[in-house]
Design a binder for this molecule. Structure first.
Ligand SMILES: [Zn+2]
Length: 377
């Protein structure tokens, strides 16, 4: 199976290269905004419609645009055409808004096709920019096909190159193991076999730092240099949090995919839970939706199965041994006690056992009736 995978690297451009990169972001924005402008002027009552200038025509009109890569401008032009096609598509399922203008506060990026860049060991050669220093902390696999590179700048003024490659994925060896996972606020994941991932503390710590930085920022005089600096600090903390979360999720999903062939999880309505403000912080901490997305794509890549169990399925209230339902179970009950078969089990373990059983049932996999065990929590 082939798939597209992006490898993102931090870039360390020289001052001169930074100027050129910023110019490229600006010119790409001009192409996009010109297309948006013409798009917005469309009037069905006028027979003769104005067509947007092509990127080549724009370069003829504005000489300063020749300083940057023509390919980058063409790519942006293609992006707008793709947007337009999607906008007018009759089969489109999701609603999309009208195109919006981009300014300096928007995401700064541009893309180059594969003929316009070369990735080396410690650098990347970009058309019109030259050799830019890069830290290659992840290796691109051999014999993959380079598709494109997206050069970007974040709000902390850091530059990145995200190299998109097409590669062959080899499936991970089968382990024959199955797991049911209960997702919680106290413990991030509880597996029915005792697999446990605690909720990460770092997010809460970063949250405190963020709160302080935001307060300092709001006190600074508008338009001052200090305010600008404080704003950058806030952006840096946001950036750190996102990176920490990403690393955490990458680690646990890899661990799960390596160890299990069949992973059953509860399909929590994250959006619904976030509305509950008390829970909101812990939930965003844990970043459930990112976890789901990462786990699902990795499973698809490596030939493993992830089955989501309906969120209305009463995983906590049901006895994992005999199926009796304890309707009176409250959030503070940490142990599930069954009045019928006498099962006494840790609440999360009981729930994860149920999730696994339910997932096996819905996926019509073979269900072993002898899985009924009595354990003391
Ligand atoms: Zn029971």
């Amino acid at each position: 199976m082939t798939t597209l995978k992006a490898f993102k690297y931090r870039l360390y451009p020289t001052k001169q290269q930074q100027v050129l990169l910023n110019k490229t972001f600006g010119c790409v924005r001009v192409v996009w905004n010109h297309n948006v402008e013409v798009f917005n002027q469309y009037d069905k009552n006028i027979a003769e419609q104005q067509n947007p200038l092509t990127s080549t025509q724009l370069r003829q009109k504005f000489e300063w645009m020749n300083e940057v890569s023509a390919a980058a401008l063409q790519q942006k032009e293609m992006d707008f055409k793709a947007f337009k096609k999607n906008y007018f598509s009759k089969t489109r399922k999701k609603k999309i808004g009208r195109p919006s203008f981009k300014n300096r506060d928007s995401r700064q990026s541009y893309r180059l096709p594969n003929q316009k860049f070369t990735l080396n060991q410690n650098s990347i050669r970009l058309e019109k920019i030259g050799k830019v220093k890069l830290v290659r902390d992840r290796a691109v696999p051999d014999c993959c096909k380079f598709m494109s590179v997206t050069v970007s700048k974040n709000s902390c003024h850091q530059f990145f190159a995200s190299v998109l490659v097409e590669l062959e994925i080899t499936q991970k060896p089968k382990t024959g193991q199955k797991i049911g996972l209960d997702i919680g606020l106290k413990t991030f994941l509880t597996g029915n076999d005792g697999f446990i991932i605690e909720n990460p503390k770092f997010f809460r710590e970063s949250q405190a730092k963020l709160k302080l930085a935001q307060r300092l920022f709001s006190r600074k005089v508008k338009g001052s240099v200090r305010r600008k600096k404080a704003k950058l600090k806030v952006a840096r903390i946001h950036n750190d949090i996102a990176n920490q979360r990403k690393t955490f999720i990458q680690q646990i999903t890899s661990q799960l995919i390596d160890s299990y062939d069949f992973i059953a999880i509860e399909d929590l309505n994250v959006a619904g839970m976030v509305k509950n403000r008390k829970l909101a912080k812990s939930i965003s901490d844990a970043a459930f939706s990112e976890f789901y997305a990462t786990l699902s794509y990795k499973a698809a890549w490596y030939g493993k199965e992830v089955v989501k169990v309906d969120r209305w399925f009463a995983s906590s209230k049901t006895c994992s041994c005999c199926g009796w339902k304890n309707e009176n179970l409250t959030l503070s009950d940490r142990v599930f006690n069954c009045s019928i078969c006498g099962l006494s089990k840790n609440r999360d373990l009981n729930a994860s056992e149920n999730i696994l059983k339910e997932a096996l049932r819905v996926s019509s996999a073979i269900r072993t009736p002898s899985e009924c065990q009595t354990e003391i929590a």
